[in-house]
Design a protein around this ligand. Structure first.
Ligand SMILES: Nc1ncnc2c1ncn2[C@@H]1O[C@H](COP(=O)(O)OP(=O)(O)OP(=O)(O)O)[C@@H](O)[C@H]1O
Ligand SMILES: [Mg+2]
Length: 107
C-alpha cells in the first residue's frame, strides 16, 4: 500500500494507492471455503504486514476483514484504512471497532 500524497492544510488529507481487488469479507463470502494453503498464504501476508508496521512503531488498531483487500488474480493481500493507526504502542485506549477489541480492553 503506497501513500501518494498528503496535506496538512485543514482538513488534513492523505491520498493512498487504489488497491485492486475486494475486501476480504466479500471475498470469503463469495468463495465459501478456502483451502489450507490459501488461508495460510493470506495469514502469512497479514503477519508480514503487521511486522513491517511494528518495525516502524506503527500500530494499525483496526485490523478486520473489512480493512483487508485481496486481489483474486494473484492472491495479494493489502491492509487498508489507517484511520485509527498510531505511532507508538497505546494499549489502554479503546480505538477501532468494538467487536474486534482485544479481551483486555474490556477489563
Ligand atoms: N486504497 C484503497 N483501494 C481500494 N479500495 C479501498 C481503498 N481504501 C478503501 N477502499 C474501499 O472502501 C471501503 C471503505 O474504506 P475504509 O475502510 O478506508 O473506510 P471506512 O471503514 O468506511 O471508514 P472508517 O475510517 O470510518 O473506518 C473499503 O472496505 C474498500 O472497499
Ligand atoms: Mg474500514
Amino acid at each position: 500500500m503506497r501513500l501518494l500524497e498528503w496535506s496538512k492544510e485543514e482538513p488534513w488529507t492523505i491520498t493512498m494507492e487504489l488497491v485492486k481487488g475486494e475486501p476480504l469479507h466479500e471475498y470469503l463470502y463469495r468463495k465459501g471455503t478456502l483451502t489450507e494453503n490459501q488461508a495460510r498464504n493470506i495469514v502469512i501476508q497479514l503477519l508480514d504486514a503487521g511486522a513491517y508496521m511494528h518495525a516502524f512503531n506503527v500500530f494499525h488498531r483496526d485490523l478486520k476483514l473489512e480493512n483487508i483487500m485481496i486481489n483474486d488474480l494473484d492472491q495479494k493481500v493489502t491492509v487498508i484504512d489507517y484511520g485509527y493507526c498510531c505511532h507508538q504502542k497505546i494499549t489502554q485506549l479503546k480505538q477501532g471497532t468494538e467487536s474486534y477489541y482485544a479481551p483486555e480492553l474490556f477489563t
